[in-house]
Design a protein around this ligand. Structure first.
Ligand code: GLP
Length: 245
């Protein structure tokens, strides 16, 4: 397995390095479709992109990776709402595919599957990793051949993601819609973002343990053109990893 590791020294450095790797990848194409993640990990990356201002960022279209189901329209925790606040609206970026987490789940699933059939594979994907090794919402047990689908959220994911959920946000979702690992395997370029000690164990497991659907992110071991951007704490359990300060 071959991939590039870029070590970030702090949060700002992480954002700048991620934004630089991302814009470099986007520049290789003409308005590519890119998959972008939500969660806490990419926040410094989006902050760095906003700092760069729209003029310096090569054009691209956003393709949504995953979304909660069963929330109401405009709910602040919908991933699409987060993406609008953090990136799409400040930089005026259009979407080639986004999910409606407030729609009837079966109808939304059918719409997404039809849309994915008419779209070419995305070129670039920036992804994060969940504490249980999920990518997007491909929870442990997901096949590497699965496409977009509705998924029941794992208990660990519900615990992790409900930490910053407030009373007025209503009950935490039980289900989500996600692109599949098959869709991610088709990417020409993958940028994996990982921050914090809490991710150290799962990162090491995903990149150096057995390739298995029990650790969905382990598919990355066979992924072409992969760049890992991580801070030192996230890399601390990678065997033999000891970068100079
Ligand atoms: C979330 C999302 C993933 C994200 C991951 C990590 O549940 N489904 O797309 O990459 O979990 O989130 P965080 O960066 O907040 O740890």
């Amino acid at each position: 397995m071959k991939y590039t590791v870029i070590v970030a020294n702090n949060e700002t450095d992480f954002g700048i390095k991620a934004a630089s790797a991302f814009t470099q990848a986007v520049r290789q194409y003409d308005k590519p479709d890119v998959i972008l993640p939500t969660g806490n990990t990419p926040l410094p990356f989006y902050a760095a992109l906003r700092e760069m201002r729209a003029k310096k960022i090569p054009a691209f279209f956003y393709r949504q990776l995953d979304e909660y189901l069963g929330l109401w329209a405009g709910h602040r925790k919908l991933f699409l709402e987060e993406m609008k606040r953090n990136l799409l609206e400040p930089l005026r970026i259009g979407a080639s595919l986004s999910f409606n987490g407030a729609a009837d789940p079966q109808g939304e699933f059918m719409r997404v599957v039809t849309a994915m059939k008419s779209l070419k594979p995305a070129k670039i994907g920036v992804i994060g990793i969940g504490g249980n090794g999920h990518v997007g919402f491909n929870e442990p047990g997901s096949s590497f051949f699965d496409g977009a689908r509705i998924i029941k959220l794992a208990q660990k994911t519900r615990e992790d993601n409900s930490k910053d959920w407030e009373f007025q946000d209503g009950p935490f979702p039980t289900h989500a819609i996600t692109l599949g690992i098959r869709d991610l395997r088709e990417l020409e370029q993958t940028i994996l973002l990982v921050r914090g000690e809490g991710k150290a164990e799962i990162l090491a497991k995903a990149l150096t343990g057995p390739v298995t659907q029990d650790v969905p992110a382990s598919y990355l071991q066979n992924q072409r053109n992969m760049t890992v951007i991580a801070d030192r704490t996230a890399l601390s359990k990678m065997p033999g990893f000891n970068p100079p300060l």
